[in-house]
Design a binder for this molecule. Structure first.
Ligand code: SF4
Length: 323
């Protein structure tokens, strides 16, 4: 079995689905976040950058259309991208009135090469009203997902990074989104200080059992200018080595339902923004190592899934095909 058929890599599924190179273009659409504006807390999650996790090559001062155009130009130049998903990436993109959400989402759909939207949010900003709106887009666009941060199934870890929401918020939001048949990509951080393999497995299990359509895994890493960078400097904590993280993901992937698309298996941060660990900036190296090890050890996504897992089959989110 070739390496790439050993795991359900989201980018491979996009090529199959659209017959073209499809890339996400992240934008800052001008939303805030309740964990930064004082509604829940000030300052945000400890790992969140000042740009609210926007890609470093984007300029949040530009309008949405300009950001989309510059993001598309960048992806065409660097990756020969042909089609695009506009990723409402920075801050909390369901944190406003439904009319405002609609206006900003619609503004991203004018370009003929845009095939869909991906909306990043926090579980406590998902409610019945905005789910009804999100459902409209899920039903009409060739591609539509919501991206939700679970990060950890353990409340003490969420508190450590000042997440200001509960695991139960994630469970509730997933129920609303699943009932509306909206595919959800769940974000998970692995490698909190003191976290065991069993803990991390439990977080992944919770994401699966709540009906995640896809997963984004990343290792806890430290970005300049964040609260985490301050904690790391004043009370240093251990971060995983590439070898340890690699072994962890090789283990976890065997327990993940093969139908779940893996959107990310490690985070990526440029050298300018990164504090530690250094290896996080070498995503390609990690990918090559991961693919090589899957083949060498005869491992694949879901190899151990059917023997233990209680998750029922994933819902079939059939979205409209492209014209
Ligand atoms: S919820 Fe998201 S945008 Fe808000 S502070 Fe946390 S990581 Fe940043």
């Amino acid at each position: 079995m070739p390496a790439r058929s050993r795991w359900n890599y989201f980018k491979d599924r996009l090529i199959e689905r659209f017959g073209a190179r499809v890339y996400k273009v992240g934008v800052d659409a001008g939303f805030d976040c309740p964990n930064r504006d004082g509604n829940k807390a000030f300052g945000g999650c400890a790992y969140c950058s000042q740009e609210g996790s926007l890609s470093p090559h984007q300029d949040p001062k530009k309008g949405i259309i300009d950001q989309i155009e510059s993001g598309m130009a960048f992806c065409k130049r660097r990756y020969k991208a042909e089609k695009f998903i506009v990723y409402f990436q920075a801050f909390t993109n369901t944190y406003d009135k439904v009319e405002v959400l609609r206006e900003r989402y619609d503004s991203a759909l004018g370009h003929p090469d845009v095939v869909g939207l991906s909306i990043a949010s926090r579980p406590d900003c998902i409610n019945e009203e905005n789910v009804a709106l999100l459902k409209e887009y899920a039903e009409k666009l060739p591609f539509f997902t919501v991206e939700l941060g679970l990060q950890s199934a353990f409340q003490n870890r969420l508190e450590w990074v000042n997440r200001q929401e509960g695991v139960e918020d994630f469970v509730r939001a997933m129920k609303l989104l699943n009932d509306a048949k909206i595919p959800v990509i769940t974000h998970i951080i692995l490698g909190f200080p003191g976290e065991t393999y069993e803990d991390m497995r439990e977080t992944v299990e919770l994401a699966q059992q709540c009906g995640s359509h896809g997963l984004k895994l990343q290792m806890l890493h430290v970005i300049k200018g964040t609260k985490l960078a301050h904690i790391y400097k004043t009370q240093p904590f251990e971060l995983m080595s590439m070898d340890d993280y690699g072994e962890l993901v090789l283990n976890l992937v065997q327990h993940i339902n093969p139908k779940i698309e893996l959107h990310r298996i490690t985070g990526e941060t440029d050298s300018e923004s990164l504090v530690a660990p250094d290896w996080v900036q070498h995503k390609t190296k990690f990918f090559s190592w991961f693919d090589e090890q899957l083949e060498k050890r005869d491992i694949w996504q879901g190899k151990l899934f059917s023997t233990h897992d209680k998750t029922t089959d994933l819902p079939n989110y059939s979205q409209p095909q492209m014209d």
